[in-house]
Design a binder for this molecule. Structure first.
Ligand code: HMH
Length: 221
């Protein structure tokens, strides 16, 4: 059966916040079909900005992996993640033109700015690989679990939003998230207690930023 690692333990320990990020009212509104399309468009424009900031963060994780990793397959997993971000940026451009969402001169909302600043701080070479890979896992997993929920049997996701949900909710993306989880667990297991504390706190910060991002998309401040 599945071996339970530190990541699974933290997800259980902080299940209230984890569920807050992966079952947010914005996601539930996509799933039940009641989503306000102006909210969806706001999310689309803001997430494009976020993803462009996410690329250098993932590149910094790749650099850490290349220096510290004892398993050459880690690099392939992260490199695959970077490659799919290349597709993702192209997808955002075509999706935005479909929805008439301008991608230039986007006013970046406060929650998005805060999230991007948080990522920027984590790009420092001083940040431990275990912390960085845990962060990367958490960011991808929130989207995977959120959008997969909108594709489950019984969901009433509007057809025009299916493609968005598929992008992060598909099984291959789920498999990729499990690979990141396996890498994170492996490094957390050999981390010092200080690094473990830092990784756990950073995981919680990701969940909070994700909730704020959904709140912003839904039309909060
Ligand atoms: C805010 N979190 C946010 N945007 C994303 N695209 C992802 C996670 C997953 O890549």
């Amino acid at each position: 059966g599945e071996k339970s690692g530190i990541i699974e333990m933290w997800a259980k320990k902080h299940s209230l916040l984890f569920t807050g990020a992966t079952r947010h009212p914005f996601i539930l509104s996509i799933r039940d079909g009641s989503v306000d399309l102006s909210s969806f468009k706001r999310w689309l424009g803001q997430d494009y900005v976020f993803v462009r900031e996410f690329v250098p963060f993932v590149a910094s994780v790749l650099i850490k992996a290349s220096k510290e990793s004892d398993d050459s397959n880690d690099m392939e997993v992260i490199l695959g993640g970077l490659a799919s971000l290349n597709d993702e940026i192209a997808w955002f451009k075509s999706e935005a033109s479909k929805w008439d969402v301008p991608l230039s001169n986007t006013v970046v909302h406060k929650a998005n700015q805060n999230y991007c600043r948080f990522l920027e701080n984590l790009m420092s070479p001083d940040v431990d690989y275990a912390v960085a890979i845990t962060t990367f896992w958490a960011i991808e997993t929130v989207y995977q679990e959120s959008f997969a929920h909108c594709l489950e049997d019984g969901s009433k996701t509007p057809p025009e939003l299916q493609d968005t949900c598929q992008r992060w909710g598909n099984d291959d993306f789920g498999e990729y998230c499990r690979s990141l989880q396996e890498i994170a667990n492996r490094y957390l297991e050999k981390a010092s207690s200080d690094v473990l504390t830092e990784a756990e706190v950073t995981f919680l910060r990701v969940l909070e930023h994700e909730i704020e991002f959904w709140n912003m998309s839904r039309g909060g401040v």
